[in-house]
Design a protein around this ligand. Structure first.
Ligand code: TEU
Ligand code: CA
Length: 555
């Protein structure tokens, strides 16, 4: 297995909230450098760093105004180059966030583009005339609420934006745009960057017939446009392959059955993609309130989706595995119990994820079991949350404020964006100044220092899991089989390599559960467990108990 990323465990950093060293309340590059020993101690192999480029921060850096400049808020270019070098000295690879479906409206390209229809940058974005009555070209919606089109008074045309109006979509049909982007990638390669996480890469090709969506202001047009594969393949040939850069693409609409079209190595597109399928198991499909229409999580659904990705991509691609990132709530608050069973629950989710085939991604704070927040509406920062509140509660009036806030507490992106909780000192040891975003008040109990000192340490279990992934070939290469798919409490699967059998068992409920009879026939060696009392397969599983056991013989 030659690809380094197949044996790697990744850690995602949301720099704004990771560690502030100059006490302006905002996390910075030197904060990441300061924590390299911590990350090495955890054992991870690579960092995905969310955007740190020059940006007006309308969407926390996912609105880039200059791809070659580090935003002064985070530090200097020099400091970034130093971070890359130092990380490499620690044997940690660096993956940057590639945000090239759109730029900031403050980007020079857009500033020029909006001036006229016939300058060098005119076709860098997607401009269209309004309808004869002056209204927008079609009914496409923005992910942040309302229309995906905004009127530009200087150019006297509409421009397209799948996200905020300050995030105009680039026109990938224009070969110069693509060349500019490839060149930016080469620039960072020259500084030592090892790969890319690609923001909404599956949105780069647009349907140029601009057909209406069935309902106004929805977003189903955004994914898998007609030239998507062609553009991604070209980028692979121009940059990824010749410079050996690793890639993981964000792919909101891919299904396990068509994912291979993006990640089959023979097609030379991407190395991995992040699926959204398993993230939608607590959402009512097709509901008028979109992602805010929640239902309780269905465990059989979650198991079947994860299993289908395991089976469908076997020998046809490679999975990226995650439960959390900067767009997702804390998994133990969303699908588990973050109070009574916080340790058990956090480690159970870790064990079921890291037991799968693929490359695991840990999100900052996940390794110590950080939780969601329950702030007041006014205290949140996220543009998605605010835009959607305006749209669903104030304009469309299909949700009450209370219903919306309840959904926010479950799934909003800001749940993952509170400052990292390092210790019990003021502001959780994140900063000596008031942080840009409120710290979760539970930091006095939940933080790195306390967790590491605990007998029951989530961090230590992650360390063990990562060690296992590095040393045990079966975790990377073994085959996968889901057992008891319809069981509503147990998550059990088997990994197999040659004559070696491993079983991953987790009780994802708050009740004691019997271990299925067939499995009690096994004699095993426990590779990792979150219940120190576990020594055989006879005892019932405690709430959120999880372990990995290697079969040594049958009784
Ligand atoms: O997210 C893309 C995306 O699909 C999101 O709209 C996602 O569905 C939503 O955030 C879930 O609540 C990427 C980035 O990860 C996100 O942070 C950015 O805001 C977005 O692209 C625009 O760049
Ligand atoms: Ca700072």
């Amino acid at each position: 297995m030659s690809e380094w990323w197949k044996r790697a465990v990744f850690y995602q950093i949301y720099p704004k909230s990771f560690r502030d060293t100059n006490n302006d309340g905002i996390g910075d590059l030197n904060g990441i450098r300061e924590k390299l020993p911590y990350l090495r101690e955890l054992g991870i192999d690579a960092l995905w760093i969310s955007p740190i480029y020059l940006s007006p921060q309308v969407d926390n850096g996912y609105d880039v105004s200059d791809y070659r400049q580090i935003d002064p808020m985070f530090g200097t270019n020099q400091e970034m180059y130093q971070l890359i070098d130092e990380a490499h000295e620690w044997n940690i690879k660096i993956v940057m966030d590639f945000v090239a479906n759109h730029t900031s409206d403050q980007c020079l390209w857009f500033q020029e583009s909006r001036k006229s229809k016939d300058n060098f940058f005119s076709d860098f974005y997607i401009w269209k005339d309004g309808k004869s009555d002056g209204s927008a070209p079609n009914n496409w919606g923005s992910s942040f609420g309302g229309s995906a089109w905004s009127w530009d008074a200087s150019r006297q045309q509409y421009y397209l934006h799948y996200y905020a109006k300050e995030q105009p979509d680039l026109n990938w049909e224009n070969p110069t745009v693509r060349e500019y982007i490839y060149d930016m990638m080469r620039f960072w390669k020259a500084k030592g960057v090892d790969g890319w996480r690609m923001d909404v890469i599956t949105s780069i090709s647009k349907n140029l017939d601009f057909p209406n969506n069935p309902r106004d202001f929805t977003t189903e047009n955004q994914q898998n446009g007609p030239r998507m594969h062609e553009f991604i393949h070209e980028m692979n040939q121009e940059v990824l392959k010749p410079f050996r850069m690793m890639s993981v693409g964000e792919s909101p609409a891919a299904k396990s059955t068509d994912a291979h079209l993006l990640v089959d190595p023979k097609r030379e597109e991407l190395d991995m993609i992040f699926t959204f399928e398993h993230m939608h198991v607590d959402r009512k499909k097709g509901d008028i309130n979109g992602r805010w229409a929640l239902k309780s999580m269905d465990l059989p659904d979650l198991k079947k989706i994860l299993a289908s990705w395991q089976t469908e991509l076997r020998d046809k691609g490679w999975n990226a595995l995650y439960f959390e990132n900067h767009d997702r709530a804390r998994v133990i608050s969303r699908w588990g119990n973050d109070e009574r069973y916080r340790y058990e629950c956090a480690t159970a989710f870790a064990i079921i994820l890291h037991g799968l085939q693929g490359t695991p991604f840990i999100y900052q704070g996940e390794e110590i079991g950080m939780t969601n927040t329950k702030f007041e509406l006014e205290e949140y920062e996220d543009i998605e949350l605010r835009g959607n509140y305006e749209f669903y509660v104030e304009q469309q009036k299909t949700m009450s404020k209370e219903e919306f806030l309840k959904a926010v507490h479950k799934i909003s992106r800001d749940n993952a964006r509170t400052p990292m909780q390092w210790d019990q000192s003021a502001n959780a040891g994140f900063s000596q100044a008031q942080p840009w975003f409120k710290v979760n008040p539970n930091y006095t109990q939940i933080n790195v220092a306390v967790d590491q000192a605990n007998e029951k340490s989530i961090f230590k279990l992650y360390q063990e899991l990562i060690r296992l992934r590095h040393s045990e070939r079966i975790l990377t290469e073994g085959s996968f089989e889901l057992l008891y798919p319809n069981d509503r409490a147990l998550f059990i699967y088997q990994r197999k390599l040659e004559q070696e059998y491993w079983y991953i068992l987790a009780n994802m409920s708050e009740e004691y559960q019997k271990i299925p009879k067939e499995l009690t026939e096994l004699v095993g060696e426990f590779k990792i467990k979150n219940n120190s009392e576990r020594s055989d397969l006879m005892e019932d599983l405690a709430p959120y108990e999880a372990f990995i056991v290697r079969r040594t013989s049958l009784k």
